[in-house]
Design a protein around this ligand. Structure first.
Ligand code: UD1
Ligand code: CA
Length: 454
């Protein structure tokens, strides 16, 4: 049986008070609509249609690389039924599952149960929920035999209907051919003057179909986002769930309420993460990795037995086994550290390889450099890699010793085992095994005296 998925995303989201269309606001670093589409894809649909409207260009641009989406434009927002109708030219046969671009956290398992509730195209699956306060939602009206017979919107409901606490989440799975026919029968003679998708339920019952109601395992699965408060609340729920998954998978978290995952965290055993760390993109941590408080890691590969101390900012870089990083270290894109490298406080490394066992411990900038094994880079060393136009490389051989406060004016090469004197400005290659030094000689003015206050 073929599966068609239609995602409604034409809403403006006035209450976000933002120029960004609502479905582009982010949870865990990913647009709301992206969450819905990723879950939808887990169901392997034959067709994936997004109904868009407000902020159309921005929405299309944000998903332009996702070739599996068919886009249906809804120029005017005349109601959810009208919105689904815009998608119908793109879908054919089987069952159509209707989802919402602003309801980001529905679980795949729940949607699978909703699809199963269609009984192979013989019935409608309707996702409902029971809420202590159902205000604002469409209410599920059942008959004496407890069968779902229709949905009544809050604004059209009688006082008795308003007392019903079973609500329509909006999500439903409907035989496609039937849906098409019912959508054409919808009228907008209701309190809001809209074409309500919800009216198809009464039409289905009229035509003898059964409506099977299914509930999500948690309320948040069906919660939509209309304002920044709801956005923040669902972000917390997402993060709490992600932290719980990490704990269950064996990661030690100092506080599951103080970690933020905005991508994928792949990890080995005995990983421990202190408070307030943020993980973005794809971060891979090996076995026995310890991450101190307040670190931001984005697209990182971290091998086994690495210690990252607090307040490090690490992006698009690799740390070899046994590395010691931080506190206050910054690895920028292209930093590749071999095994047992130490990078200390206020050190920035960009687009550079650092060889096995080398140490760059204090107040240093290494950019566009190739540093060998066993090198000691003294405090305050700077690779002067940029002349305002060109970037040039610095090459440092194995076991070199770079004295404190050395400026290495690239392009320049320091040979294996070479030493540079503290405070040197190295503009010419420093030969292997030799001391190169370039600084004014110290002199003493004897008998000089400091001015005295009168
Ligand atoms: C809808 C349901 C209601 C349900 C509630 C759950 C209808 C008539 N009512 O009400 O039973 O309890 O959702 O939140 O369906 N949209 C479009 N185009 C439109 C109208 C809406 O794309 O013309 C999209 C919106 O962007 C939004 C979703 O559909 O994502 C729901 O629309 P909204 O106007 O919020 O529906 P409700 O009145 O809340
Ligand atoms: Ca709504």
């Amino acid at each position: 049986m073929s599966l068609q998925i239609v995602v409604l995303a034409a809403g403006q989201g006035k209450r976000m008070y933002s120029s960004l269309p609502k479905v582009l606001h982010r949870i865990a670093g990913k647009p709301l609509l992206g969450h819905v589409l990723d879950t939808a894809r887990c169901l392997s649909p034959d067709q994936l249609v997004v109904v868009y409207g407000h902020g159309g260009d921005q929405v299309l641009a944000a998903f332009s690389e996702q070739q599996d989406i068919s886009w249906a434009h809804q120029a005017e927002q005349l109601g959810t039924g009208h919105a689904v109708r815009q998608a119908m030219p793109h879908v054919q046969g089987g069952v159509t599952l209707i989802l919402y671009g602003d309801v980001p956290l529905t679980r795949q398992e729940t949607l699978e149960r909703l699809l199963a509730a269609t009984d192979h195209c013989a019935a409608i699956g309707l996702l409902t929920d029971y809420l202590p306060d159902p205000t604002g939602y469409g209410r599920i009206v059942r008959d004496g035999a407890n069968r779902v017979v229709r949905i009544v919107e809050q604004k059209d409901a009688t006082a008795a209907e308003q007392a019903i606490n079973e609500i329509n989440t909006g999500m439903m799975a409907v035989p496609t051919a039937r849906l098409d026919a019912w959508l054409n029968e919808l009228r907008n003679d209701n309190a809001q003057g809209e074409y309500y998708l919800t009216d198809i339920i009464a039409l289905a019952v009229r035509d003898g179909l059964v409506v099977n109601a299914v509930q999500p395992s948690a309320h948040w699965e069906a919660e939509g986002i209309n304002n920044k408060l709801q956005l923040a609340q669902l972000e917390r729920i997402f993060q709490r769930n992600a932290a719980q998954d990490l704990l269950i998978a064996g990661v030690t978290l100092a506080d599951p309420a103080r970690i933020d995952l905005r991508g994928e965290l792949i990890h080995g055993q005995d990983v421990s993460i202190d408070v307030n760390c943020i993980f973005e993109g794809v971060v891979e941590l090996g076995n026995n990795v310890s991450i101190g408080a307040h670190c931001v890691l984005k697209n990182m590969k971290v091998a086994d037995n690495v210690t990252i101390q607090p307040f490090c900012h690490l992006e698009d870089a690799q740390i070899g086994a046994g590395g010691m990083i931080g506190p206050y270290a910054r690895l920028r894109p292209g930093a590749q550290l071999a095994e047992n490298v130490h990078v200390g406080n206020f050190v920035e490394i960009k687009k550079s390889e650092i060889g096995i066992g080398s140490k760059v411990n204090h107040l240093t900038y290494v950019g566009d450099a190739s540093v060998g094994a066993g090198v000691n880079v003294g405090a305050g060393t700077i690779t002067c890699n940029y002349d305002g136009v060109n970037k040039s490389r610095t090459i440092i051989g194995d076991n070199a010793f770079i004295g404190s406060n050395t400026c290495l004016v690239a392009p320049v090469e320091v040979g294996a085992g070479a030493t540079t004197g503290a405070g040197s400005v190295i503009t010419k290659n420093a030969p292997a095994g030799e001391l190169s030094i370039s600084r004014a000689r110290q002199s003493t003015v004897s008998g000089w005296s400091r001015p005295q206050k009168k």
